[in-house]
Design a protein. Sequence first.
Length: 260
Amino acid sequence: MSRLLAELSGPATARALGPDSVLVVPTGAMEHHGPHLPLVTDSLIAESVATAAIERAAAAGLDVWQLPTLTYTKSDEHSWASGTMWVSASTLLATLVDLGRSVATTPARRLVFLNGHGGNTALLGVALREIRRLHGLMTFSMPAGVQIAGAGHEDEPDEHGLGIHAGYGETSLVMHLRPDLVDMTRARRTVPEHIAAMTHLGFNGTTAQFGWLSNDFGPDGVIGDPTGATAAAGAVLFDASVRRAVDVLTEIASFTHRTP
């Protein structure tokens, strides 16, 4: 049976869904990813991981369903580049909350955003609470891909922990999922090594962050080193991503705010 909710009729959703159903919205982007990757990179990864994880979780007995991917999101850090399509922070927040309102009209009570674009993360956190407060749903967000920075082992490039956009991990994932969309002849290294030794400032999980646009670090809009990426590495990352997503969905399916 298909786990794509959009393929059901309206009355069929009312019969298929219940209070234990988990609805998953992949969130991605349509944005510049250097000269070597497609605009659809983030949405491709989020949707691919969601589809595989939901199929595997459903086979294990979870009542989990996939909603269509949200592709036009907050990508203004790449607004300088042709092809990037983005909405404002207020528009995306309103859209996420409106989606929650719509889900609340179904019997389902759990809504998950499986996110493939870092620029959405902060707003998703705000939306989770808004949807919870306004519409009473249990709300969750989770990253889509397991995307590591190349650490210089064997054939990996050393990205000094700074490979966050169109670098080794992301390029490897797309080479695995859609190699026909990758042009490795145009892949170039752009790692901001001058900030690698900083103790507090950085991109993800550091004490302090800074505002940035993707062309602050070089004209290609790449932050990382895609030159060592391979489809084989992407297959490993994709499998890890799907396994992690299934584990997270399993916990979400049994989550409650109060002690049972």
